[in-house]
Design a protein around this ligand. Sequence first.
Ligand code: CS2
Length: 485
Amino acid sequence: MNRRLSDATLGSAPGEVARPAYDRTATRIGVVHFGPGAFHRAHQAYYVDKMLARDPGLAISAVSLRSDAVRAALTPQDGLYSLIEREAEPSLRVIGAIREVLTAPTAPEAVFARLADPNVRFVSATVTEKGYCLTPAGDLDTAHPDIRLDLAAADPPMSFIGWLVRGLSGRRAAGSGGLVALSCDNLSGNGERLRRGVLQFAEALGDLDLARWIEGEARFPNSMVDSITPATDEALRAEAQARLGLAEAWPIQRERFVQWVIEDQLGADSATFADSGVTLTGDVVAFERAKLRLLNGAHSTLAYVGMRLGHATVAEAMADPRLAAFLEALMRRDIAPSLGPAAGLDLDGYITQILARFRNPAIAHKLSQIAWDGSQKLPFRLLQTVAEALAAGRPVERLSVGVAAWMLFVRDQARAGAAIPDPLAGRLAAIGLACDGDPAGDVARFLALGAVFPADLAQAPQFRSALGQSYDRLSGSDPAAALAA
Ligand code: CS2
């Protein structure tokens, strides 16, 4: 097979392959997206692909902050790639929403030009939790190496926030008007956090006029994004190529379920988003919190505990009755009470649906993929729930099991000399190597990590003792005993 997927060859794909329902050549770039990894291509680009049939001015310029891999894979394909939706019967659609891919360090002028372009109305981002360079309290981390460089006018900028502020400054100078900055990462209050980081960056530059201009001209809606997206592997590549009858460098897969809830600050674009399946609401925080705590909190717990029990994927871990029962109890009895009633959200039904999604046998979602960046994820996914449970006098035993399993994951990676995929890897490895097996002492070493555990939570006796007990059981000869407790 040597012909490759592109505008010129797409017509030769079999009839069952869904394809863009609009004339790609008539589209214009209206969105600059930072971080075009698998999740962006499975989620926002899929929605934009639907929007383009209604508004050709919303095509995407995708910007990679570091790696050239996405540009190298997609440019020869005119930005086209296949998205396989997995349920009992997988289906394939070719997504045409990405019109160009830029690698920021090698094409900075092109990125600046896009950001300052008056036709661009949105700058969106999936740069992961760590990509915002914020402190645990949610302020801009001015000690972060990338932020320090950017505040010293690194050219081109290193960080997403550095780029966004540079772009906004360019728009102000060019009279291009404001824009909507749309964070699509799993942080609670993601839009509000981004806004604060951007304003603090402009202030730290000493450019108060710019900060005030941003306050007046840019909007930062909160959003909740959801779709389970396992990483691409060789089997997926072979499957996509066979279905297309064309070579294809980087197909994407996800479950069929997909959800995007955005705070309704989109003005004239609201109708286009709503028609393409996006939920617009006045209060996205309830959705965000429910998704982060229930789905992502359960996911991270499943990842660290599941790996300890010898499982490799989410579906495999869910097929372990001890783990499945534990997870359901965790969600219904420990996490749901922290959420309270929310308009338009049936928590019981939502939990049932999440558990069914985790069981989806058509998806092989690796636990090791979810285990990445635990120091960045646990605060939003589990630790806020623990803090609220303590304040309300509810038990924290089950909530602590996943956190203790993360500690053991870090310890064992460190002992094995294996990489810890986490921005705090160096500190985590040092803690892991210092662990001597005494549960209370080992747990205390981790709890001292202020970047992860707020001081009052780290001091809470009930949490410390629950962690110690889980740590002890999980590291024993029968780790499943931690689930029965
Ligand atoms: C997962 C998420 O990798 C992870 O940490 O928990 O990527 C999860 O699959 C998505 O948030 C689902 O929307």
